[in-house]
Design a protein around this ligand. Sequence first.
Ligand SMILES: Cc1cc2nc3c(=O)[nH]c(=O)nc-3n(C[C@H](O)[C@H](O)[C@H](O)COP(=O)(O)O)c2cc1C
Length: 181
Amino acid sequence: MAKKVLFISSSLRNRSNSEAFAREAEKGAKAAGHETEFITLKDKDIRFCKGCMACQKTFRCVIKDDVADVMERVQNADVLVFATPVYYYELAGQLKTLLDRLNPLYPQEYSFRDVYLITASAEAGENVVKTPVGGINGWIDCFEKARFAGVFNGGGFDNMGEALEDAEMLAAAFEFGKGIQ
Ligand SMILES: Cc1cc2nc3c(=O)[nH]c(=O)nc-3n(C[C@H](O)[C@H](O)[C@H](O)COP(=O)(O)O)c2cc1C
């Protein structure tokens, strides 16, 4: 069944590796017949959650920045794909900040079910994505109807644009996106 798949790329770097994988995965998702949308946090003003909890009653955030628009797209997507560089064996702070700011969704209805993660990191191997996968699962655990659907581990990429040179990994990212159901 065709779904609305929202990609959110959180690297702020030009020629980002995780974004390169996410863009290929988007092409794969399109090839699988899904409707896709791609957001990058590069051009977004996203401030820290203050923890005031007003949103739990008003369903809105007191901070007026670009999050409201992103949040509406997150709420209405069927599938979410977050892309992040690995920073100190964790999700990048800018993605974590966005996840925190999505707190107004916690008491509301939402469409998303499957949630995927795409990473890029200098080091390769399972270990490097362990905590980022844990981080995204911490968020998913609070949305009962959602589930963690898989990770694309883009390990072994450090310099800017390196992923763009690796046809094999880009093809693997395409297949990852094509596998979205
Ligand atoms: C602040 C910072 C922390 C990093 N921490 C890690 C790390 O813990 N493990 C790792 O393998 N790479 C680490 N890296 C390297 C990046 O994950 C790597 O360069 C990646 O390709 C960046 O993805 P991007 O191009 O999508 O931003 C770090 C880079 C930065 C800037």
